[in-house]
Write a protein that binds this ligand. Structure first.
Ligand SMILES: Nc1ncnc2c1ncn2[C@@H]1O[C@H](COP(=O)(O)OP(=O)(O)OP(=O)(O)O)[C@@H](O)[C@H]1O
Ligand SMILES: [Mg+2]
Length: 209
């Protein structure tokens, strides 16, 4: 079982969009997965509840006992945790439960600076686990063709955590599909959004297996 925690205490960085899409992509690729909504706002649960025939299994664990609770669940190949904003105890608990912490960050200096506390927590955990915990940034909501989009990776390298090659672009299809409890795969399976989500999944799988 591999647990991917999508975390960033900064609100609106794209955690739920990425967690729901990564879980959907892994499910579509035939993996046995569970999406864990650790956010008391319940956005991932709301997303799942829109559809009666939601193929992605979602449970809510919004207490700082995520690791223990996950041990009591049926074993899955992959667990994707959708992180909560501004809840240090929940973030610490998700980091402890994780094999991989994925940090979506918007290409803006404010968003980059705001990740510093999380980066510290993650680095401490990497040290305690002797490098067993992996972590990386993924640039989220990048606007195509802008300089800030290309500069963000350089700014993030200063935190000394890897930055994934794949990035998620700002596209209207993401909120559109969220409203229907679906994903970019149903709406436009051969489009650029589906391609970038698949690229993210492939890069994560390469790092995890
Ligand atoms: N790549 C994207 N393109 C366009 N809109 C996006 C993208 N990613 C996220 N959004 C939109 O931005 C808003 C915030 O995204 P999301 O809910 O995924 O972030 P979050 O980090 O989970 O937020 P919170 O911290 O409140 O949980 C949502 O309305 C979402 O639909
Ligand atoms: Mg969210």
């Amino acid at each position: 079982m591999k647990t991917i925690a999508v975390l960033n205490q900064k609100g609106g960085s794209g955690k739920t969009t990425i967690a729901t899409h990564l879980a959907t992509a892994l499910h579509r690729a035939g993996h046995d997965i569970l999406l864990v909504d650790s956010d008391p706002q319940g956005s991932a649960r709301d997303w799942a509840a829109v559809r009666e025939d939601q193929p992605v299994p979602v449970v809510g664990i919004d207490r700082p006992t995520i690791g223990r609770d996950l041990k009591n669940l049926a074993r899955k190949e992959f667990i994707v945790i959708d992180g909560a904003p501004q809840a240090a105890d929940l973030a610490a608990s998700a980091i402890k439960a994780a094999d991989f912490v994925l940090i979506p960050v918007q290409p803006s200096p404010y968003d980059i600076w705001a990740t510093s506390d999380l980066v510290e927590l993650v680095k401490q955990r990497i040290e305690i686990t002797d490098g067993k915990l992996q972590a990386a940034f993924v640039v989220s909501r990048a606007i195509k063709g802008t300089r800030i989009g290309s500069e963000v990776s350089n700014a993030l390298y200063e935190y000394e955590l890897p930055v994934l090659e794949s990035r998620i672009t700002q596209r209207v299809i993401y909120p559109t599909t969220a409203a229907t409890g679906t994903s970019v795969f149903e709406e436009d399976p051969n489009g650029p959004a589906a391609a970038e989500i698949n690229a993210l999944m492939d890069e994560m799988l390469q790092k995890l297996i």
